[in-house]
Every structure is written in C-alpha cells, then in structure tokens.
Design a protein around this ligand. Sequence first.
Ligand SMILES: Nc1ncnc2c1ncn2[C@@H]1O[C@H](COP(=O)(O)OP(=O)(O)OP(=O)(O)O)[C@@H](O)[C@H]1O
Ligand SMILES: [Mg+2]
Length: 255
Amino acid sequence: MPSIRCPWKRCLKEVSAPVYQVAELSKARVQAGSGFALSVPELTIRPGERVALVGDSGCGKSTLLDMLGLASSPDGAGRFTFCPRGAPSDIPSLWRDGRSNDLGDLRKHHIGYVLQTGGLIPYLTVRQNIDLTRRLLDLPDDGTADALAERLGLAGHGAKLPAALSVGERQRVAIGRALAHRPPVILADEPTASLDPETAKTVMALFLDLVEAEGATLIVATHDRAQVGRLGLRALGHDLARDPAAGLTRARFWG
Ligand SMILES: Nc1ncnc2c1ncn2[C@@H]1O[C@H](COP(=O)(O)OP(=O)(O)OP(=O)(O)O)[C@@H](O)[C@H]1O
Ligand SMILES: [Mg+2]
C-alpha cells in the first residue's frame, strides 16, 4: 500500500484497535410519504486507512458520514465503537444516555469534518475559520493555520470573509479548518464536488497529501468512481434497492 512508508507504521496499523467498528447500524429518514433506510451490516476501519463512500446522489453518503462524525444518532446499532486513540468509546450508549458533552469532546478532539455545504462561519475571516477548532481546544498559535492556508493557496485571503471567496476557495478553507487541529480522523463529504475537474484533481491530491503527512484515517464521500481508483482509496461495498411495498429506498454500506 503506497501510504505506508515506515515498517513501524505498518506494524502499528496491524496491531491497533480499529478506529471504527460497526455492526447492524441503522438510520431511517421519512419525509412527505417517501422513506429512506440506511443500514451498515458490518464496517471496520483501521488507523491510517483511506476509505471512500461511493454512490449516486441520495444513496446515504452524508447520512452515514454524519453518524461516523458523531453528529447524528443512529436509530439502532448492534455495535458502534470509536477508537481514535486510547480506549474505545461505545457511541450508542453515549447517545442513549444524552451525553452530548462527551460526544462533543470526541468530535472536537479527534475528528476533522469537511462538510458538503462548507459549514464556514460567515462572520469569521478565512484565517479565523481555519483556526477555529484550534482556538476552541486552546492550542497554541504556532503557525499551523498560516502554513495550511499557504499550502492550500489561500495565503492572500486570510483577512477575507467567506462571502468574498469563490466556491473552490471556500472548499479549501473548509479543508484547512478540518485539518488545522491535527485530528487523527478526517471525514470529508464531497470536498471537491463544486470544482472543475482539473482543480478538483489538484485540491484532492493536496488534501490526500496533507492527510498522509498526518498519518490520519480518512473517510471521504464521493460520487466520482474514477477518483477512487486513481487515488487508491478503499471503496466500501454499497447497494441500493427500491422497496415499493414499503415505500422505502433501502441502502447499505459495508466493508
Ligand atoms: N434531514 C432529512 N430529513 C429527511 N430526509 C432526509 C434528510 N436528509 C437526507 N434525507 C434523505 O435521505 C436520503 C439520503 O440522503 P443523503 O444526504 O445521505 O444522500 P447523499 O448520498 O449524501 O446524496 P448527495 O450525493 O446528493 O449528497 C435521501 O433520500 C434524502 O432525501
Ligand atoms: Mg451528501
């Protein structure tokens, strides 16, 4: 696997607990008479893996990412452990017991999430947006945010508000914000979807370089199957079926 350069890293990868271990996870969404049901029979993601959720629009990529990002509760889970470092956390019990502070702490410390819609704070500058989670975590201003802005081609834009940026520039700020606190787990929801194909290639390659340099675990949602092969991502199994009797679309991801 090209992402592993050092034998110790390979060893660590093999002996460490999975970052995510999931079985029989489910989430249903019903609106205006039509329903969508997502299930994950089995999913194991190991430290340093680079995984893709690939599928057409509406197949449940964001729904699954939101659950993995601890932003949305599952309806049911036979098993759902999250172990970015140290001991695994049992996620369903945190949701069940209303421990939103613990879920928030896990998110803040361990996850960087590039949202499909960007999710930038409109009244903060580019630099402040990139630096946001570092500030929330009281991390020192050690130049990380500026170095990331530079790498992402945003050096001249630090004092601008998101509204003054192009869509592609906003996506790069969102990438910078997800990486700046150096989380071990990075989730990215179609991080280059609104870019032209050439720029998308460049930004995605840069994004993967940055993830690789951190040794982080990456889960990226995309509908671009060619990108998955080109970048050597592990695509999860996926199928989608319409169940007219139940008025439901059923989707599954596994792997
Ligand atoms: N808040 C919601 N309330 C009700 N249904 C929803 C909600 N969000 C999404 N859905 C439905 O859930 C299904 C899966 O949506 P989801 O956003 O996960 O798909 P996706 O694969 O991320 O699509 P895209 O590629 O367009 O982003 C869709 O049928 C969608 O209409
Ligand atoms: Mg989506």
